[in-house]
Design a protein around this ligand. Structure first.
Ligand SMILES: *[C@@H]1O[C@H](CO)[C@@H](O)[C@H](O)[C@H]1NC(C)=O
Ligand SMILES: *[C@@H]1O[C@H](CO)[C@@H](O)[C@H](O)[C@H]1NC(C)=O
Ligand SMILES: *[C@@H]1O[C@H](CO)[C@@H](O)[C@H](O)[C@H]1NC(C)=O
Ligand SMILES: *[C@@H]1O[C@H](CO)[C@@H](O)[C@H](O)[C@H]1NC(C)=O
Ligand SMILES: *[C@@H]1O[C@H](CO)[C@@H](O)[C@H](O)[C@H]1NC(C)=O
Ligand SMILES: *[C@@H]1O[C@H](CO)[C@@H](O)[C@H](O)[C@H]1NC(C)=O
Ligand SMILES: *[C@@H]1O[C@H](CO)[C@@H](O)[C@H](O)[C@H]1NC(C)=O
Length: 924
């Protein structure tokens, strides 16, 4: 046992140091649930673990949060019951109103109801004598407003259903509220089904905030809690609520059977009571200060030698009449009381003995619905493409809307980004189906206006001050558009007729573009204002163009220059790397990284050699190129063979004649050196026929260049959808072969390599083909290594590509191999259906491949099979593949197969297909 505990300590220490180094912030599930009873007790700002006087183990909080400052305060009363009088705490200075400072708290396993108890203490740690006020949220709900006073600590208790593996608990700054501060967080499992009435059954849309939990007749100086209450609720003495001077506190130790009570109140609590022996009423008057709905829970136990009977009234309504409490029996009464701000609880009868043993009062707090996963995924991708951390995490609308986002309920109705470099119009704005306002002014958008046609509710679209050159085709389908602002772009040619179909449009601003010609007459309407100044020659009649000399286009257009922030931090980082001698630095960095991983991997069996000889050899096998080498090999970056968010890929030829693909990261995507090093390190360790081989790399000055083997067959995405796609020639057998190959590569990452590797960006454009159509998985820039022995999952910021992102991963931020399985399932769907994961081609409900395909796959996959392969596939082979695919994209990760299972089933499907094509049987 002690060995085990030590091991956990070591792990915790490791996490502490790991958290200091970026990229290594793993959280180990087993270390989190320190107690077998499912208790989690975090001492905020503490530097080490300790055990309190009740035998509960407390851990530091730094594995669960990555913001805030820590300090300690002097306190006479110590809630942990231990002697030290300096209590640690964590505070969040300089938080703008609306800032979320969040803990990610793992929920105990196999528990459906939990109690979460944060404690807040101020004690003038900042010497300003201004106790702060702030709000706290659980999931999407603002659960309470904390208004600290000098009489702190302030203790909140919340009861909620466990919906996710990880609960997000945030402190939210309010205007003039000061710096939020927190001392501890406790999580306690409660019995299944407890407080069901208040939690709304299976509807999961409420949480309970404790207002009172009174142990009637109890007169101790401290609340009764663990171990008397195995769920560690705090049962307060009732002397401050002493209902009536006439009633007496009873304490009688009668054996009680409480197994019939779902809430399982502690027997010790039920063995005390307030009893009224005379003809009078026993009443509690409780002020609640917030008008709302409340759950009242009353406990009764027959501790008196006689059975009693009485009426129970809440706010003058009779809840039970002639309620009987029999000797030796315990019972509970739950009552919902709506729209009140005070409670009067009365027990009355003329003849018998009204009594109450305990009661609880909970405020019912609504838990708003989360935004749809498509919306969240699209916004995450947009955030990534800005190169900024916009602070977009968890739900966009609740507890408070993200910066730049506005919501109506759980729908994202407005997005406003400006003065940043979005670069491409191809981003997934079209996924934000509920948008009414989209403001992207001054975001360096270039080219055609694209992918917005699905925004059927959009009313205001501001694309001004960009570099757009053409209208594209989507605009005319945005039928609700009222304001379209395209001023100060580079739009050329004529204004398309189709704009006339926007019947609700009342302002069209085309100022300062390079448009010319006659405006469509359909725009010449009374209720539509069209602004055209600053163009070459644009009007409703040709004649006004004749007199060119007084045309506004001849005056210089008045562009407003707006400063576009650069990602200065990253650029700086990259430069520093460049200055410190290049390759040496790289090797040291990578060695340190490997060393760390080995350490992490071998906490209990440390070896003196930080990395194995085999690894060093494989490392040596990777060539380090100079920038000059690269320039020569690529013929001064002549042939672009691919491009993406990361930059361009060039064709190169090494001195030995070998063709290579040279991936050059553009400035904007140089993420420190982290992801670059990540990819180099991983690729030097893994070699497999179905993984793209790294030939070498260059890390000089500002350059981050990776040199891969060249695969002339291009990517699967190119083959399916590219300009010269070979979709028609990819028959079913060929598609299955590609699937099997890619699955082999992933299987190697998940199961063949040690540590295991999660790819995190599986998609059809990362599956490359060689001349013989063998498939290889590429692009390890986002991949993560996971130690075999320890973590079953890691907590990490969500990265990946829209359309392929595992919904469970982005809602819980818990990364497992099953996330790759999900993405691979999307690739399988692409192979079956021959369409992209997100496509604006059809109606909004066909937009998302999974949502569209799932019902068909379960019923009749042939319906949606790619036209190009109809007639080429064996029915059984297709059915098998569809069945794997649909399980891969199961929303719940535990319902998904492992990649090894996927591979086995795909192999079978492939064999069936080959056998059937050679015998000519069973084709559809
Ligand atoms: C909080 O921590 C940051 C960084 O560690 C430090 O710069 C800042 O001064 C601290 N603020 C306070 C109020 O202690
Ligand atoms: C949770 O429950 C499942 C089945 O009910 C069981 O297999 C598993 O061991 C339990 N896990 C824990 C941590 O109790
Ligand atoms: C906090 O309490 C003080 C008095 O105790 C009151 O003046 C103040 O308005 C309260 N603030 C909030 C945000 O409720
Ligand atoms: C119990 O209650 C009595 C008065 O009812 C009070 O004098 C006494 O101090 C209380 N005991 C404790 C331990 O609080
Ligand atoms: C306790 O009560 C439950 C149901 O309320 C009953 O099933 C059980 O037999 C009782 N146990 C004892 C020891 O009386
Ligand atoms: C008191 O309880 C008795 C027995 O349940 C009942 O007959 C009587 O009506 C009650 N009295 C009042 C005033 O509610
Ligand atoms: C929010 O949505 C509801 C229901 O769709 C709608 O009735 C209401 O007008 C909307 N509110 C705003 C401010 O758009």
């Amino acid at each position: 046992m002690t060995k085990f505990a030590n091991f956990h300590c070591l792990l915790l220490l490791f996490f502490f140091f790991a958290a200091v180094a970026p990229n290594f912030n793993f959280v180990d599930a087993s270390a989190l649930s320190a107690s077998s009873s499912g208790f989690l007790s975090l001492s905020c700002g503490a530097s080490s673990s300790f055990t309190d006087s009740s035998g509960i183990q407390w851990n530091p909080d730094d594995s669960y949060i990555n913001t805030g400052n820590t300090t300690a305060v002097l306190s006479l009363s110590n809630p942990h019951g231990t002697s030290p009088s300096r209590l640690p705490l964590r505070f969040f200075p300089n938080s703008d109103p609306g800032t979320r400072s969040c803990y990610r708290i793992p929920m105990p396993m196999n528990v459906s109801v939990v109690l979460v108890r944060p404690t807040f203490l101020y004690k003038n740690h900042d010497l300003r004598n201004q106790p702060p006020s702030f709000a706290v949220s659980l999931g999407t709900a603002i659960a309470a407003v904390v208004n600290l006073t000098v009489s702190d600590p302030w203790v909140e208790e919340f009861i909620l259903l466990v919906r996710k593996k990880v609960m997000v608990f945030c402190l939210l700054s309010v205007p003039n509220g000061g710096s939020p501060v927190i001392s501890s967080i406790e999580v306690r499992p409660l019995p299944d089904g407890a407080y069901g009435a208040g939690l709304g059954g299976d509807r999961w849309n409420h949480l309970l905030r404790k207002r009172f939990r009174i142990n009637c007749g109890y007169n101790g100086s401290e609340p009764l809690r663990y171990p008397s209450d195995p769920s560690d609720r705090l049962w307060d003495a009732d002397r401050y609520f002493s209902p009536s001077r006439l009633s007496a506190g009873f304490h009688i130790e009668v054996p009680l059977n409480v197994s019939g009570l779902i809430e399982s109140p502690p027997v010790a609590v039920l063995q005390t009571a307030r009893v009224l022996a005379r003809k009078n009423v026993l009443a509690y008057n409780l002020a609640l200060d917030i008008l709302g709905d409340y759950l009242v829970v009353l406990y009764f136990a027959g501790i008196l030698p006689v059975s009693s009977s009485f009426d129970i009234l809440v706010n003058a309504d009779t809840v039970r009449s002639s309620y009987m409490v029999h000797h030796g029996e315990a019972s509970v009464v739950l009552q919902l009381v709506k729209s009140v701000d005070a409670l009067n609880i009365m027990f009355q009868n003329i003849t018998f003995y009204p009594q109450v043993n305990a009661f609880e009062v909970y405020e019912i707090v609504e838990m708003p619905q989360e935004a749809s996963s498509t919306t969240v995924s699209a916004l995450q991708v947009i955030q990534q493409s800005t190169g900024f951390d916009l602070g977009w995490q968890d739900d966009p609308c609740f507890p408070l809307p993200w910066k730049h986002v506005e919501c109506n309920g759980s729908l994202v109705t407005s997005l406003a980004l400006s003065d940043m470099d979005l670069g491409a119009m191809g981003l997934t704005f079209g996924d934000l189906l509920d948008l009414k306002t989209l403001d992207l002014h001054n975001t360096s958008l270039a080219g055609e206006i694209m992918n917005l046609g699905s925004l059927q509710l959009l009313e205001t679209l501001n694309l001004s001050f960009n570099k757009l050159t053409s209208f594209g085709s989507g605009i005319s389908t945005m039928t609700n558009l009222q304001i379209l602002d395209l001023k100060n772009n580079s739009l050329e040619g004529a204004v398309p007729d189709s704009l006339g179909s926007l019947k609700n449009l009342h302002l069209l601003n085309l100022e300062n573009n390079k448009l010319e010609g006659v405006l469509p007459q359909s725009l010449n309407r009374e209720n539509l204002q069209v602004r055209t100044s600053g163009n070459l020659c644009l009007s409703f009649t040709l004649s006004t163009c004749n007199n060119l000399s007084d045309h506004p286009s001849l005056q210089p257009p008045h562009f407003t220059v707006v400063d576009i922030h650069k990602h200065s931090n990253h650029a700086k980082k990259a430069k520093i790397f460049g200055v410190i001698g290049v390759v040496c630095c790289m090797i040291i960095l990578i060695s340190v990284a490997i060393f760390k991983f080995k350490r992490w991997n071998e906490t209990d069996a440390a070896t003196s050699n930080p990395w194995t000889t085999a690894e060093m050899q494989s490392w040596n096998a990777t060539k380090i190129f100079t920038y000059k080498d690269i320039k020569v090999a690529t013929n001064n970056f002549k042939d672009v063979i691919g491009s993406g968010g990361f930059g361009n890929i060039y064709l190169g030829k090494l001195s030995d004649g070998k063709l290579v693909a040279v991936k050059v990261r553009s400035d904007r995507t140089q993420l420190g050196a982290d992801s670059f090093i990540n990819e180099v390190r991983l690729l030097t360790q893994v070699r497999h026929p179905n993984l793209v081989t790294l030939e070498g790399f260059c890390h000089e000055s500002d350059q981050q260049i990776l040199v891969y083997e060249y695969l002339p067959g291009r990517s699967l995405a190119d083959n399916l959808y590219g300009p010269n796609n070979k979709k028609a020639t990819l028959d079913w057998a060929c598609r299955l072969k590609i699937a099997v190959d890619a699955a082999k590569g992933l299987d190697y990452l998940h199961n063949g390599s040690n540590p295991r590797i999660i790819h995190r960006d599986v998609k059809s454009s990362n599956i490359l083909l060689d001349m013989e159509m063998n498939a290889k998985v590429s692009d390890f820039g986002l991949s993560k290594q996971v130690s075999q022995a320890s973590a079953s999952h890691v907590t990490t910021a969500v990265k990946g590509t829209a359309g392929y992102l595992d919904p469970e991963y982005y809602s819980t931020q818990q990364l497992t191999e099953k996330s790759d399985v999900y993405s691979f399932g999307i690739v399988l769907l692409e192979l079956i259906c021959g369409r992209e994961p997100l496509s604006h081609a059809g109606s909004p409900d066909t937009y998302n491949l999974v949502l569209w395909a799932k019902p068909y796959l379960q019923a009749d996959a042939f319906e949606i099979a790619d036209e190009c392969i109809k007639g080429t596939f064996d029915v059984e082979s297709m059915r098998k593949t569809a069945s794997v695919a649909v399980r891969c994209v199961c929303r719940d990760a535990s319902g998904r197969p492992t990649i090894a299972q996927v591979l086995a089933e795909l192999r079978e499907a492939y064999t069936i297909q080959l056998t059937s094509s050679s015998t000519g049987g069973n084709l559809n």
